[in-house]
Design a protein around this ligand. Structure first.
Ligand code: G1P
Length: 276
């Protein structure tokens, strides 16, 4: 039912310079797996087996990562090392990858609109790979959202409570509570000042969007930071129809920051890598 997932990966990753000077930030490893692969695995777990990357200059290694490496695979075939590639091979076998380029950085809304020709007229997921989400004992966050979509059939944003002095880093929602973890969105503000924030419920980088979002993005003028913000376009959907905000189960690490990246690394080392 939801088959496609869009990954905006054109950003520069300036906070990780010089590491990201010639290497995409999405390819930085959390232990032994690039950040973007965690996001792709989460999408695939949710049944989203058509993955679209909205890339930019200098991001070719992402496409190479999700392709066969004949020479390497030939070299290690039949050795103990072969098992290191089984995870990525099973993704490559299952998933259809497509790529398009965002030529200029004009915001997340613009990046998502760039993917329109590859998404078409159907609801789709969006994963911001910087937000590493681990379901742990629960399903992955995208799988939780797909389940909710089957029930409500409208756009859904993932949210999490954040400390008040961090709201300025996020899109923040106001909503009427439908249940403990589901809100009907009544307002959304991108990167508000603490005093202007409608709540401390911050949008985390997981979305399910209905395809009318593309029209809404086209109607959306540049907002915060002079960029076309997806938050503003989703607010239009909320005002004209219904958008849900879902407080997901599981953990989230802000791998767009060095602190979050290190925290994710330690967590994954202890709980995934060493636990194997
Ligand atoms: C983007 C969105 C923002 C959201 C955040 C989650 O911001 O615009 O609404 O809260 O991702 O990580 P960015 O982090 O790209 O500035």
């Amino acid at each position: 039912m939801i088959r496609k997932c869009l990954f905006p990966v054109a950003g520069y990753g300036t906070r990780f310079l010089p590491a990201t000077k010639s290497m995409p930030k999405e390819m930085l490893p959390i232990v032994n797996k690039p950040l973007v692969q965690y996001g792709v695995e989460e999408a695939v777990e949710a049944g989203l087996e058509n993955i679209t990357f909205v890339t930019g200059r200098g991001k070719r290694s992402i496409a190479d990562h999700f392709d066969i490496s004949y020479e390497l695979e030939h070299q290690i075939a039949g050795t103990a090392k072969e098992e290191y590639l089984t995870g990525i091979r099973s993704i490559i076998d299952k998933v259809n990858f497509s790529f398009t380029r965002q030529h200029e950085m004009k915001g997340l809304g613009h990046a998502i609109l760039t993917g329109e020709p590859l998404i078409g007229d159907e609801a789709f997921g969006v994963v911001l790979a910087d937000d590493l989400c681990i379901g742990g004992e629960y399903d992955g966050v995208m799988a939780q959202m797909v389940k909710l979509f089957k029930q409500f059939r409208c756009s859904i944003v993932a949210i999490q409570e954040v400390p008040e002095d961090e709201v300025h880093k996020y899109g923040v929602i106001a909503g009427e509570s439908i249940s403990d973890d589901i809100f009907r969105v009544t307002n959304m503000v991108e990167k508000p000042k603490k005093e202007d924030a409608p709540s401390n419920l911050a949008i985390i980088g997981r979305y399910i969007l209905t395809p009318d979002i593309f029209e809404k993005i086209r109607e959306t003028p540049p907002g915060a930071n002079g960029e076309v913000q997806i938050t503003d376009a989703i607010l239009r959907q909320a005002q004209e129809g219904c958008v849900l905000a879902y407080k997901f189960k599981g953990r989230r690490f802000d791998c767009g920051s060095v602190d979050g990246f290190v925290e994710a690394t330690n967590y994954c080392y202890e709980n995934i890598y060493k636990a194997k």
